[in-house]
Design a protein around this ligand. Sequence first.
Ligand code: GSH
Length: 237
Amino acid sequence: MIELHQFAPVDGVNLSPFCAKVETYLRLRRIPHRVVVDPPFKGPKGKLPFIVDGPTTIDDSSQILAHLEATRPDPLDAGLDAAARATAHLVKRTLEESLYFAMLFDRWADDANWPRTRDALFAAIPKAVRPAVTALIRRKILRDLKGEGTGKMTPEEVAGRGAADIAAVAEVLGERDFLVCDRVTTIDVVLFAFIDNLSRGGFAGPLREAATASAGLVGHHRRMTALLAASASADPG
Ligand SMILES: N[C@@H](CCC(=O)N[C@@H](CS)C(=O)NCC(=O)O)C(=O)O
């Protein structure tokens, strides 16, 4: 059975979009797995998620999905043409390499959101020492954000860029049920992971507003939620 190493859920939501992406894929495809809650430093590159599939350990959510697509029958992306694959690639980059940093900024740099981030992600650390311990982790994340560039922007600039990413993805989706063809593919799993995080993650602000104001994205989230429920209740035989 596959082991998925990731963060513990918070109020039923997987607050890491990368972990949520892998967990959603496994649940949707009904691939037997068990979750192992671990801190990021346990991962091969100091990040979560990673999986252990028999003798193989794989990190990076995209590498993990590529491995599962290659090793399990009926891959979701089978038969996609080059244009669909290119669109999926661009949407994924927008979500994972741009919107992700706006979400990180929202949760770790915004003083109003920081207590929720701290208490949600680090509930296992005793309350008396939690502020001191988590202050060090926060400092590292804020340094990373500065190095990446987002951490040097104003909150308004970051929110504007994040909302623009969300609007662009909503435009690509348009009125279709799924992003690049008439059935669910891996890019729908990625989109679901981000929209689920934004809409149910408990962080108020412009990013959540942008994600929940788009009828197309809300409909996509609803369809994916229904598919996951159907997968969960499907007869294992
Ligand atoms: N490209 C990686 C990104 C993974 C990633 O950034 N994970 C974050 C959690 S959302 C993490 O573990 N951060 C810990 C750190 O940077 O110290 C993937 O797709 O899995």
